[in-house]
Design a protein. Sequence first.
Length: 175
Amino acid sequence: MAEGIDVKDGPNDEGEYFERPGKPSDYMPSPYPNEEAARFANNGAYPPDLSLIVKARHGGADYIFALLTGYKDVPAGIAPRETQYYNPYFAGGWIGMPPPLNDGAVDYDDGTAATASQMAKDVSIFLAWTSEPEHDERKLAGFKAMVALTIMFGFTWYYKRMKWSPIKNRRLELY
């Protein structure tokens, strides 16, 4: 999928920029050409960079899932706002972003039902991965270190028992 997108790269030896096929390590391109276009498309609000949102919010991926699936009708007694939507999971209850997910918006290759809940789960897990792509390798390295330390402890304990047991059981008589 990354190779299907051309990425601006460079400069080359002549100081010019060029386009090349994308790699999985490339940054995702912005859907907007500049900040003004982004604000215009989002009712005047500049969309945030969500690559670290999971680490920045309490609850992480659960918060993102609740935010994406939490759009509700305005409760009785509260006046609706013209350019905002009611979402009780957002601070203040009002958010300028319209509901981003609709049932059937994507097609899954494995036949999974494309419900808003399933897509919200996929988005929150992806954002959790983008905030810490090294998470799995770090946990595996920690597990390997704990196994190695446990084995070393076993050998150390056995050596101590064998080496010191005759010395510990000696009786010294001083006259």
